[in-house]
Ligand binder design. Structure first.
Ligand code: ATP
Length: 243
């Protein structure tokens, strides 16, 4: 029997059109009362597009990425990926969809400090219980090198924030996801590294035809995108009077 590895076995998923319709999202304040964070009539992102999300701090960029990733559900409206209404899926189905489709660069990286660079980059395979074979090690090493990470044996806990950010990006693109969501992926990098990482994100997305959505304040990164979406701050009022 052939020894399939995860890169062989991963279901081939192509990018689909992403459609957000009638989105309202409320979070709860310190007093437990909900307040409106997002109020978006609609947002249509064609398959394979590169979109920059910008807006003042607190305007809801991270919340919007988490909605698209199915990590949270909207209080009203829907998020669709092609024919699939991701926001209607059960938690388990959303987990499976995310595993098959998505690479996420979290704002706070979500690395495991005790694990080294290589193990952090291949972490999605560990979670999927897939065998980490030579093809995976090779791709992890190639991505690390493209990120300028030369020592794969260093523990994530001792890396600088900029190095951690680059590990998080390599991990997000390891499985060639059809949808790459990146939350301020250059925030901890100097201008030169930010430019390299921005170019690489676009390159990887282009190579695989992935849709790329980056939330960022970095004007150079935003300029690399096909399109920029400005999130206007929703007036902070309790939802009872926000309708
Ligand atoms: N889980 C949560 N519970 C309660 N409030 C939240 C939660 N997540 C975010 N918020 C609030 O929602 C608003 C939008 O936050 P969000 O992180 O989405 O904004 P952002 O545009 O990404 O900000 P920044 O540019 O500073 O990262 C903020 O007022 C934030 O405090």
């Amino acid at each position: 029997m052939p020894a399939f590895t995860s890169l062989d076995r991963r279901p081939a998923t192509a990018a689909r059109a992403l459609q957000l319709t009638g989105i309202r999202l409320d979070h709860r304040g310190g007093d437990g009362r909900p307040f409106r964070v997002l109020d978006l009539a609609g947002l249509a992102i064609p398959a394979g597009a590169r979109v920059g999300l910008r807006g003042a701090s607190g305007s809801g960029k991270t919340s919007l990425l988490h909605l698209v990733a199915g990590l949270i559900r909207p209080d009203a409206g829907s998020v669709s990926w092609g024919d699939m209404v991701v926001s209607d899926l059960s938690i388990g189905a959303r987990d499976r969809w995310r595993q098959a489709t998505l690479g996420f660069v979290f704002q706070d990286f979500h690395l495991i400090p005790e694990l080294d660079v290589a193990a952090n980059i291949t972490l999605p395979l560990t979670f999927s219980h897939w065998r980490i074979g030579p093809a995976e090690h090779e791709r992890a090493a190639m991505l690390a090198a493209r990120m300028g990470l030369t020592d794969l044996r260093r523990k994530a806990g001792v890396l600088s924030r900029g190095e951690q950010q680059r590990v998080a990006i390599a991990r997000a693109v390891l499985l060639q996801p059809a949808l790459i969501l990146a939350d301020e992926p250059t925030a901890s990098l100097d201008a030169a590294h930010a430019a390299e990482v921005g170019a690489l994100l676009v390159e990887v997305a282009t190579e695989t035809g992935a849709t790329l959505i980056c939330a960022s304040h970095d004007t150079a990164l935003l300029a690399r995108m096909d399109r920029r979406v400005e999130l206007a701050a929703v007036p902070v009022v309790p939802v009872e009077s926000a309708a």
